[in-house]
Write a protein that binds this ligand. Sequence first.
Ligand SMILES: Nc1ncnc2c1ncn2[C@@H]1O[C@H](COP(=O)(O)OP(=O)(O)OP(=O)(O)O)[C@@H](O)[C@H]1O
Ligand SMILES: [Mg+2]
Length: 134
Amino acid sequence: MRRVVFNQKGGVGKSSITCNLAAISAARGKRTLVVDLDPQGNSTHYLLGKPAADLKDTAADLLEQTVAFSVFNRRPEEFVHASSFDNLFVLPSSPELDFLERKLEAKHKIYKLREFLKNWATRLTRSTSIPHRH
Ligand SMILES: Nc1ncnc2c1ncn2[C@@H]1O[C@H](COP(=O)(O)OP(=O)(O)OP(=O)(O)O)[C@@H](O)[C@H]1O
Ligand SMILES: [Mg+2]
């Protein structure tokens, strides 16, 4: 299921609504992943209770792997954080996402995340175990 929460204006409640919709979905028993790509990291902060800047293993770290030359890439699931709510998971933001967007564009890798999400859609609904870290 996909939902778009859109408003050009800042600070009107987009992130709050997104987190609440995700929480409702999780409360109904669906394994739900919030992907926070806003370098401000408000959704990450709302759901994990910590500023994005204080977290390791973020969306920026995942995407950084795709622009860096590395043979030993970590699996996308390793960047997913369990929230304190059942069924509710977060791919956290990072202030570094701001710079990364341009790097991904330059290397024509801006759609990498779409591939991860496609795979996750099938894998995360199964019983992948995501540890609590907070
Ligand atoms: N639990 C809360 N209690 C009171 N105010 C809150 C709470 N959560 C968020 N807010 C405030 O509500 C407003 C809307 O927050 P939100 O982050 O959802 O907006 P947004 O549209 O995503 O903003 P942005 O455009 O900056 O991403 C902000 O001013 C925020 O500080
Ligand atoms: Mg927001």
